[in-house]
Design a protein around this ligand. Structure first.
Ligand code: GDP
Ligand code: MG
Length: 177
């Protein structure tokens, strides 16, 4: 997961946002460390993790920021969004409310972040198909209307987590190149 001695061509800051308990911290743990935990503690203190990957023969250090249990409306500060070139807007496919709050998160993101920020909408916990409360089509339609990328993921089963990050990072890479 990245060699500390390697030269870095780019550093891209990406922020994770969305309601509490949708799986943001586990998506990050899966991407940055290849780990998953079923009893993840609520995140304390703003933190980020990094992983360096190659995109078109350049080394890109992804600096992924995770909210620190500040998921209440308007509690995420502007410092969190500052300098972000990508955002992952996460809901839980088994919790309708977490999807209904997405427009609010998007509005907050657009109010704080750079206008060229690359955004992906993520429906997490797709392993829990029998408890699904948000049809894929609804999310796809919303994403299309708002000009967002969209994927359903499972941090638990590692489904599409890698793809979600590479989609965002590659799009950012293409914008700066
Ligand atoms: P956060 O508050 O958005 O950071 O959510 P967490 O990452 O702490 O996850 C909240 C709970 O959902 C934890 O119990 C996780 O183990 C669980 N969880 C996270 N991702 C998944 C997933 O893809 N599938 C399932 N079944 N559970 C998940
Ligand atoms: Mg968390």
């Amino acid at each position: 997961y990245g060699d500390a001695s390697q030269k870095i061509d780019y550093v891209f800051k990406v922020v994770l946002i969305g309601d509490s308990a949708v799986g943001k911290s586990q998506i990050l743990a899966r991407f940055a460390r290849g780990e998953f935990s079923l009893d993840s503690k609520a995140t304390i203190g703003v933190e980020f993790q990094t992983r360096t990957l190659m995109i078109q023969h350049k080394s890109v250090k992804a600096q992924i920021w995770d909210t620190a249990g500040q998921e209440r409306y308007r509690a995420v500060t502007s410092a969190y969004y500052r300098g972000a070139v990508g955002a992952m807007l996460v809901y839980d496919i088994t919790k309708r409310q977490s999807f209904d709050h997405i427009p609010r998160w998007l509005e907050e993101l657009r109010g704080h972040a750079d206008k060229n920020i690359v955004i992906i909408l993520i429906g997490n916990k797709c392993d829990l198909e029998s408890q699904r409360a948000v049809p894929t089509e609804d999310a796809k339609e919303f994403a299309q209307k708002e000009g967002l990328f969209f994927l359903e993921t499972s941090a638990l089963e590692a489904t599409n987590v890698e793809t979600a990050f590479t989609t965002v990072l590659t799009e950012i890479f293409n914008i700066v190149n």
